[in-house]
Design a protein around this ligand. Sequence first.
Ligand SMILES: [Zn+2]
Length: 90
Amino acid sequence: MRCDQASRLISHSQERQLNGAERCALSFHLLICRVCRKYKKQLKFMRKILSKLRDPQAYLETASSLIDERQSGEMRGRISKEIHEKLDST
Ligand SMILES: [Zn+2]
């Protein structure tokens, strides 16, 4: 399986149950491919964030907990701006 196929399956797996063959092929690919493992993790994280959008405080906490301590207030500012834009658009 190639990475593009794997990433398609990964995003499908968020919406529907994969069949046996798909699951099998995907987990094998994830075993050998670090890039797709990372992609899966990011996708999961994004969904977690989106599901928390109704609760801005939780969103902020999740987002800030993921920011490296070494990063400056600039990043925090950017994220909170992003959150407010999202909240305004809903
Ligand atoms: Zn891959």
